[in-house]
Design a protein around this ligand. Sequence first.
Ligand SMILES: Nc1nc2c(c(=O)[nH]1)N[C@H]1C(S)=C(S)[C@@H](COP(=O)(O)OP(=O)(O)OC[C@H]3O[C@@H](n4cnc5c(=O)[nH]c(N)nc54)[C@H](O)[C@@H]3O)O[C@H]1N2
Ligand SMILES: Nc1nc2c(c(=O)[nH]1)N[C@H]1C(S)=C(S)[C@@H](COP(=O)(O)OP(=O)(O)OC[C@H]3O[C@@H](n4cnc5c(=O)[nH]c(N)nc54)[C@H](O)[C@@H]3O)O[C@H]1N2
Ligand SMILES: [Mo]
Length: 726
Amino acid sequence: MDKTETIITSCSHDCGGRCMLKVHVHEGKIIRIETDDGEEPQLRACLRGRAYRQRVYASDRLKYPMKRVGPRGEGQFERISWDEALDTVARELIRVKNAYGNASILFLRGSGSQAALHGAGAVEQLLAKFGGYTRTWDTASYEGPLFASMATYGTMTTGNAREDLLNSRMIIMWGWNPAVAIWDTNTTFTLAKAKEKGIKIVSIDPRLTESTAVFATEWLPIRPGTDAAMLIAMAYVMLKHGLQEQSFLDNYTVGFDKFQDYVIGMEDGIPKTPAWAEKITGVPQATIERLSIEYATSKPAALIPGWGPARGAMGEQFSRAANTIIAMSGNVGKQGGYAGGFMRAFHSREMGMPRGTRNPIEAGTPPRQNSLYKLRGAANPTSARIHSVKVYDAILRGTTGGYPCNPKLAYIVASNFLNSHPDVNKGITAFKSLEFIIIHEQRMTPTAKFADILLPVNTFMEREDVISPWLGSPYYLYMNKAIDSMYESKSDRDICAELAPRLGITNYREDRTDEEWLRIITERTGDIPDFEDFKEKGVIKLKVDQPFVAFKEQIEDPITHPFPTLSRKIEIYCQHLAEMNNPRISPIAKYLPTPEGYDDPLSQKYPLQLLTTHHKPATHSTMEKIPWLDEVEPRHIWISTRDAEARGISDGNEVLVFNDRGKVLMQAKVTERIMPGVVNIGQGGWFAIDKQGIDRGGCANILTPTEHSPGGAWSANTVLVEVRKA
Ligand SMILES: Nc1nc2c(c(=O)[nH]1)N[C@H]1C(S)=C(S)[C@@H](COP(=O)(O)OP(=O)(O)OC[C@H]3O[C@@H](n4cnc5c(=O)[nH]c(N)nc54)[C@H](O)[C@@H]3O)O[C@H]1N2
Ligand SMILES: Nc1nc2c(c(=O)[nH]1)N[C@H]1C(S)=C(S)[C@@H](COP(=O)(O)OP(=O)(O)OC[C@H]3O[C@@H](n4cnc5c(=O)[nH]c(N)nc54)[C@H](O)[C@@H]3O)O[C@H]1N2
Ligand SMILES: [Mo]
């Protein structure tokens, strides 16, 4: 008799999708993983989910609790019991709390688990009940688009449902590569249908991406960090030909006149012509002119401003400029149009725990400088938090450096923090200076090696959970447990439940089991009437009459449904930004040059602009060292044929990539798929720094700066480097 069972679950890493996994389990072991082949729309998993068996059984899975025995960071550990581990963690937390106060406990949560119940949230609740902690305020993914979305539209819910792209006449993928980054499970399926329908798809990206190769009719390479200039020149062309939708601007927006003054040169004497933009962007002026006219006259059209161009030194200006020309074209609130902004498109609701104890450290603190604190739902306005790219500086300088606390202990959960944050070498110095580091992990990552106490966590295959889509597509997934917890690993929640009494916390779990919580979380969606049915099927696909269109109501009935901004209109000029009185935060969208931009004098020394994009077979660093995935696309540095020839580099050569922050030795991929002057490393490679200080793990963050834009965007794509043959 075949005793193989089929378990339905979903990945819960931060991968851009949420897909169904059919896990075949034989005698307690996963033997094969398939995906959705049932009712349409299918939620088909990508290569990463299907290779997950090799992650569950990876040889570097953490098996039992361990304590550090060698120097910090060298990865020398000794096995200890759970009791000893938890007693030590509790003792250190209490010691630091008593000696320095709760604010010295730095809680660094990562994106490892995105499911509703399990993951870093468990520890956050525990620390809140313990009297508080200091956390970071930003998100690596989207701080620029979020800032711009709040300033322009007053909300994050600005995207149309994917299927609505089929109603567009033209789609512009502006720094958007969903064939790799997924952007909700069925995005590429929809783009394939759009292409079949003959919809024109243009891609603007320094790289000829997979999305460009498969879907686009045209590729326009552009110098990184200069997109705002091109968008502003497109506005110039629209104005020159009278192609802006003036009635839309009059009825639904504020401050267009001020933007117009800037565009035509009334403000600073420089008309923002296509010729002006060509010098900055490298895109020919005739192309800018043509694209602008095409976009303004092909209605409805969807201009999709990706997060990649906004993960740069002046990220929010790109997003603000995109939102502005979208409003000029009148494509907001319309079927087949697209408002840009943050781009969440809700049919399903985000699943999560009901709000628990708030962080006492943050109570009553004034708003952070440069935050949009007057807007409801604005990004993280408390001044008690630290920007995550500044964590190392905060550790090294504390309150004397102007930070809100003096960090002494780091509690790291679901994050490969050193690897995923800029300037690894600075991070290592900072982490070595801390008094204590506690880490919950699944594998021996480069960050895990810096733990003083390292606690083994189970994977989503080993526990029950529920999850909703990344951006709000219409379905929910139940994550059934496929196998028992491996070795001595436990869930983050179970670890916290055992830590709580040791910290004197009696109400940590409020006496609820995982299943009881899952029932509550499921019920809170309001969409799932029958929990048992949900668990059994593993998926609930919602029936949708009309694909979601953001701001439909605001456009059709503006009196009853104003925009949720302070002026109740789309803010092309934002008074809240003006009041910040910061020359680097303009109330209208502007092109502003930045350090480590193409024209920084530093480019004499480091002439190549480095992008650090999201890598196909990776989820940041979570899927590293999985043999099946490594085979698909190894992490090489992309360099153009011209730049390679100038440096005597051939395809496959070992090259040294370097700047003042560090050195990485990796293989070159010489290709016409990246524009001259630009190189690319897929982010997430586990760093492995040798005795000479050279990284051999292909970690992009050896090279990235610990800077952020005024709005909070990371500078992951504003980096200057040089490359030479090793
Ligand atoms: N395979 C895979 N998928 C993922 C992830 C992953 O690690 N791997 N991570 C997930 C997460 S958490 C996130 S936040 C998203 C991120 O999703 P994105 O931010 O969309 O992904 P990126 O690859 O960083 O950037 C998208 C594109 O922007 C381009 N780009 C970069 N700088 C510029 C610029 O200055 N101008 C222009 N025009 N284009 C530019 C890049 O070349 C790239 O093709 O992806 C999610 N999906
Ligand atoms: N240069 C550069 N750097 C970037 C980016 C970029 O574009 N360029 N992108 C940034 C973005 S958008 C993001 S979101 C961040 C992501 O940065 P991180 O959140 O640090 O992501 P990962 O590196 O994947 O690390 C997640 C870790 O969580 C662990 N994990 C998984 N599930 C669980 C669990 O249930 N419990 C616990 N305790 N651990 C678990 C995994 O083993 C993994 O080591 O990286 C950012 N870093
Ligand atoms: Mo992200």
